[in-house]
Ligand binder design. Structure first.
Ligand code: AMP
Length: 417
């Protein structure tokens, strides 16, 4: 009886050879754009102390209250697989005194993250984000650098159909005042709210604002808006952000209901929404987090960042499967030729040509078929007669042209390509 095979865990995905090319291409563009904006990469561990997330993302948020993969270490510590990367980057920033090296610190990451959400298209339990964090400036120009960085990366990846939504949520005290007013407004309508919103009413009422439920959206049309509760400084900051966005021709919409699901944000928050990928349409989220560094034990460091979901970005780009592609396939005829094939392959590889050959001692016909399947650009035929006469057939598989070449000239043939 065949042993039952083990399957991957629900909500996780294998990235197969036929699609990994798109990931590599996206990563290459991320590295390129990040360098153009002067951001350096940081890599943080896959798990952290659970406290890091409850103290930053917030106890009452969906992420911390329902979605974290938390486990007890054998020695009793409470650990969590990273559900988001900003908290870890901030922890590393403080721990390694990065603020002492420069007054401005520009960091980016590409990382795997873990949230126990209900899996569906565009929503997974292990997913990947790239993101950037800019530490040290409270000025609106820092907000603009972060938004234009995200926007440039999307452009270079080829995502056009996206909308940038922005809002400002001011300081914590403005938000606290606003929460009181919002609850006062919603209380008479409490029975009309969905179960999820009723749950949020006490714990995290701002999240009711980004409901997808149309009846709730209608109720909210008359709700007080956070903008009315902001200080003059907050409002002026937001005006400058808008002014610079216009100056750079970055299109945006102001969304007064945009709140974002994490506690640490203040002032500018934003999301990039794709118009093409269905219900899980947020591609990127970000915002200012001026108090997070001090809240986690560092010095006062106004900061702003974004995180973009890579699976969703790939959904939003039209991908065609790319076939494999090698420079040369060596056809081996007869046992005596094996040694020559190995030698020839490694010589060409040392010159940075990609080479494959048969490992199953198959017929000439099967080997040529394999060369085609691999989209080889050239084929070399090495058999006992060829070795005896020192005449090897090198075939250009695109044009069909064939040449007879002495072994010592095979390298020259490839060098001259
Ligand atoms: P967040 O960290 O929640 O602000 O999310 C930032 C971005 O990460 C979102 O806009 C999504 O593109 C992506 N993202 C968040 N959660 C998931 C998930 N469970 N699966 C796939 N992508 C996600």
């Amino acid at each position: 009886m065949k042993t039952k095979s083990i399957q991957s865990i629900k909500g996780t995905q294998d990235i197969l050879p036929s699609e990994v090319h798109f990931w590599q291409e996206m990563e290459r563009k991320i590295f390129e754009e990040m360098a153009l904006f002067g951001f350096s990469e940081i890599r943080t561990p896959a798990f952290e102390n659970t406290d890091l997330f409850s103290r930053s993302v917030g106890e009452q948020t969906d992420i911390v209250s329902k979605e974290m993969y938390t486990f007890e270490d054998r020695s009793g510590g409470n650990l969590t697989l990273k559900p988001e990367a900003t908290a870890s980057v901030v922890r590393a920033f403080i721990q390694h005194n990065l603020d002492k090296i420069n007054t401005l610190t520009r960091l980016f990451y590409i990382d795997a993250l873990f949230r126990r959400e209900r899996p569906q298209k565009g929503r997974y339990r292990q997913f990947h984000q790239f993101g950037a964090e800019l530490f040290g400036s409270e000025h609106p120009e820092a907000d603009i650098e972060i938004i234009s960085l995200a926007s440039s990366i999307f452009k270079s990846i080829g995502i056009d159909e996206i909308t940038l939504k922005i809002n400002t949520i001011g300081s914590k005290s403005a938000r606290d005042n606003y929460k009181i007013e919002l609850k006062r407004f919603l209380k008479p309508q409490f029975n009309k709210l969905s179960e999820a919103s009723r749950e949020r009413f006490e714990k995290n009422p701002l999240r009711i604002l980004d409901t997808k439920n149309s009846q709730e959206q209608e109720i909210l049309l008359n709700a007080p808006q956070i903008f009315e509760y902001l200080s003059e400084d907050d409002k002026a900051h937001f005006s400058e952000v808008k002014m610079h966005l216009k100056g750079l021709n970055i299109n945006f919409e102001i969304d007064p209901y945009l709140v974002r699901g994490l506690d640490y944000y203040n002032r500018t928050i934003f999301e990039f929404i794709s118009n093409e990928i269905g219900s899980q349409n947020a591609i990127c989220g970000g915002g200012r987090y001026d108090s997070l560094v001090s809240q986690l034990g560092g010095s006062d460091t106004p900061s702003i960042g974004f995180a973009a979901g890579m699976e969703r970005i790939l959904l939003a780009t039209s991908n065609k499967e790319r076939a494999e592609n090698i420079d040369c396939y060596i056809v081996c005829m007869g046992n005596k030729a094996q040694d020559w094939v190995l030698k020839c392959a490694n010589r060409l590889r040392s010159m940075k040509f990609s080479v494959c050959f048969d490992l199953l001692k198959r017929s000439l016909k099967s080997q040529m078929k394999e060369a085609n399947r691999l989209n080889a650009k050239h084929a070399i035929i090495i058999g006992e007669n060829e070795i005896k006469d020192n005449k090897f057939q090198v075939k250009d598989l695109d044009t069909g042209k064939q040449q007879e070449v002495a072994f010592e000239h095979i390298i020259k043939y490839f060098k001259n390509l």
